[in-house]
Design a binder for this molecule. Structure first.
Ligand code: GTP
Length: 690
């Protein structure tokens, strides 16, 4: 709590506000109140003085009134006395007239009358009045003294009376009464204090301020005293008050102390109250902040334990609800991320599978490119299928020349398959469409599978113009696996494999066809001159390596131009075709019969000797001559020249040239005959060993 910046700032703010308020209220009220109370005390002191003055004044009035009354009575007595004197005088005149009293006697009688009158007046004389006035003044003085002794201004302030002669009449200190205080000086002005008091009496600012000592600090004239003075003229009295100024200010001081105490108390109460108030406000805010920090650090299990029925409680509940929602969202997000991760992993696995499959397909494509036979193609297919579907089995069938499916390759465990392969009624066979067999499904029941649990995928090897075979995949179905799903998974990849295989087989077949076309003569079905030269070169190489001989027979149809001319080109072609056919049938398997060009033919006879070569040439010639062509009215004959490698030539062209020379010789010497190279070029023939 005390570590909370919010608390410290707020608390410091409250303390500052309270202190400022206290200072402002103190400064704005206390000096004013002190002045007010001092004036009030002064006024009270002044009222006391006025009351004493009024008292003395009324007593003075009473004495004066009594004196007036006494004097009035005295005047009345004097008038009575005058009347008495007049009466006495009259009586005296009468006696005088009657008794003839002399003047001295008359005067004595008159004085005696007056004495008697005065004696009758007794105590009502002037002396009595003055004495009575003096007595009354003494009584007044005494009564005033008692009163003044009982009267206090503030704590120790008092009143005193001195007369115009500076003599102290009444003073709380009896020792000073009767003392002339003229010489008592004001320490400030250094003038007679009594004179200053007299001067100030009953003036507008009728007070005198001076320094005086204190009973507790005698002789030290540093304490302010204030005196007010009023003059009582009848008695020539100066009634004055004297009070220490600090006593006048004491009430203000006490009030100041009390205000300070109240302010202090308010401050303490405020501090304590503010502490508990802020604690109540800031403690939950601190908890909220701590919880928010934990949430910010990722701890979504954090929650405030604030249970209050106010705005902070509402805030805490809203915060908890917000965190709970965030937690739910986070968990949902984590769940979704986990799902996405799983999907991603699956995708990666799929991609890896696809990549592996692509690599296998690429590898298969490379292998297929290097295939020169269909057997190699199906070996590559088998290898690829084993790699792609290691747990599956399969077979490959090729359509033979009789349109029958013949097993070309197989892999995996095919024990459950019937040996004869797909039936002609199979959709894959009949329509060249993918055939799926899902066990226990009536629509796809395949006759091959006696086991109802075997699933299969038959994909036709389809070229542009024909169905050349079928590849059949028998997947291993795990327990609980959906067969259709498994077939769906296998079908695209397997289709690609089959398409590659079909394309390769198709290419091989096309290549073979093109090769055949490039080396064969279309009219006779024999090899053409190009193939002749290749084959002869090959045979010469073989003889060079392994020894032996190669014989060639060069044949030319005699007078073929005449046949063309007489029977037409078609008949000429037929003659050529028949000659070619005969040559093909006459030579051995290892011999090569070629159409050299036009009506010329050449036979390559490996491992031939002069004799055998001549015999073969003769056999051919005789069979051609024996040919029966109904369109012709004449026999077809051929002339031939033979030559032997290495006897008559060291290479293809020299050998052919020698044979051609022999042929030419046969033509020149009558046609329908055989001429050996030895006959035309005896210098080339081997010398007979003698
Ligand atoms: N029908 C047909 N005629 C061909 C073919 N190739 C070449 N010829 C013809 O064969 C004839 C060959 O004639 P020549 O070279 O004079 O030889 P020849 O008439 O047989 O005479 P000799 O060889 O001396 O017996 C030419 O008229 C060619 O037009 C072909 O493929 N079909």
């Amino acid at each position: 709590m005390l570590k909370s910046k919010l608390f410290l700032k707020t608390y410091a703010g409250i303390i500052a506000c309270v202190m400022v308020f206290a200072a402002v209220s103190y400064l704005s009220s206390v000096p004013w109140l002190r002045d007010l109370l001092e004036h009030q005390e002064e006024r009270t002191g002044r009222v006391v003085l006025d009351n004493v003055y009024e008292l003395a004044s009324s007593a003075q009035q009473e004495i004066l009134a009594w004196q007036e009354s006494a004097l009035r009575m005295r005047r009345h007595d004097l008038r009575n006395l005058l009347q008495l004197v007049e009466t006495g005088t009259g009586r005296l005149e009468a006696q005088n007239g009657a008794q003839h009293v002399n003047a001295e006697t008359a005067t004595a009688i008159l004085l005696e009358s007056i004495r008697l009158a005065v004696d009758e007046q007794g105590n009502s004389g002037i002396d009595y009045i003055e004495e009575e006035v003096a007595a009354r003044k003494v009584i007044l003085t005494e009564r005033l003294r008692r009163h003044l002794h009982e009267t206090r201004i503030a704590d120790s302030g008092y009143l005193f009376v001195f007369d115009g002669g500076h003599e102290m009449v009444i003073h709380p200190n009896p020792n000073i009464e009767g003392v002339n205080v003229r010489e008592l000086l004001n320490p400030i002005s250094n003038r007679s204090l009594s004179s200053e008091l007299m001067a100030a009496a009953d003036t507008p600012g009728d007070r005198v301020v001076y320094k005086w000592d204190k009973p507790s600090d005698p002789g030290n004239y540093i304490y302010d005293k204030v005196s007010w003075v009023r003059y009582l003229p009848a008695f020539d009295w100066y009634i004055a008050s004297s009070v220490y100024r600090d006593e006048l200010q004491r009430t203000g001081d006490q009030l100041t102390a009390r205000i300070l105490a109240i302010h202090g108390l308010i401050l303490i109460v405020t501090l304590i109250g503010a502490y508990f108030f802020l604690r109540r406000i800031i403690t939950p805010i601190c908890r909220l902040a701590e919880t928010a920090t934990r949430v910010g650090d990722g701890d979504l299990s954090a929650s405030t334990t604030i249970d209050r029925n106010d705005e902070i409680g509402i805030l805490a509940k809203a915060f908890n609800a917000m965190v709970a929602r965030l937690r739910d969202q986070f968990h949902n997000m984590e769940h979704r991320v986990a799902e996405r991760t799983t999907e991603l992993a699956q995708t990666v696995r799929n991609l890896e599978d696809r990549s592996r499959e692509n690599a296998e397909l690429t590898s298969m494509s490379e292998r297929l490119l290097s295939c020169s036979t269909e057997k190699q193609v199906f070996a590559a297919v088998t290898q690829t299928c084993k790699a792609l579907f290691p747990h599956d089995a399969g077979r490959a069938y090729l359509v033979d020349s009789d349109d029958q499916l013949q097993l070309a390759a197989q892999w995996g465990n095919n024990a459950h398959l019937v040996p004869e392969g797909p039936a002609p009624s199979c959709t894959a066979t009949r329509f060249g469409k993918v055939q799926r067999h899902v066990p226990a499904t009536e629509a796809s029941r395949c006759h091959q599978y006696h086991d109802e649990g075997v699933a299969s995928l038959c994909i036709p090897l389809q070229t542009e113009d024909a169905m050349i075979g079928i590849i059949e995949l028998i997947p291993t179905i795990e327990r609980g696996e959906d067969v259709s799903q498994v077939l769906d998974n296998r079908q695209p990849l397997m289709t690609t494999v089959v398409e590659h295989a079909a394309l390769t087989v198709s290419n091989l077949r096309l290549r073979e066809r093109l090769r055949q076309q490039s080396i064969k003569d279309s009219l006779t079905g024999l090899f053409n001159r190009r193939r002749l030269e290749e084959a002869l070169a090959s045979e010469i190489s073989r003889v060079k390596r392994y020894g032996g001989q190669v014989g060639i027979v060069m044949l030319d149809v005699d007078h073929f131009k005449r046949i063309n001319d007489c029977y037409g080109h078609d008949i000429g072609d037929k003659v050529l075709s028949n000659v070619g056919d005969l040559l093909g049938r006459t030579v051995r398997r290892e011999d090569i019969a070629c159409r050299y060009g036009g009506e010329e033919f050449t036979l390559i006879i490996p491992e031939a000797d002069t004799k055998g070569l001549r015999a073969l040439a003769e056999l051919v010639r005789s069979r051609i001559e024996a040919m029966d062509l109904p369109e012709l009215a004449e026999k077809v004959t051929v002339s031939a020249g033979t030559a032997l490698y290495p006897t008559h030539g060291q290479d293809v062209h020299s050998l052919l040239k020698v044979a051609d020379i022999a042929l030419y010789e046969a033509k020149q010497t009558g046609r329908n005959r055989i001429i050996d190279a030895d006959e035309v070029l005896p210098e080339l023939s081997p010398k007979e060993s003698s």
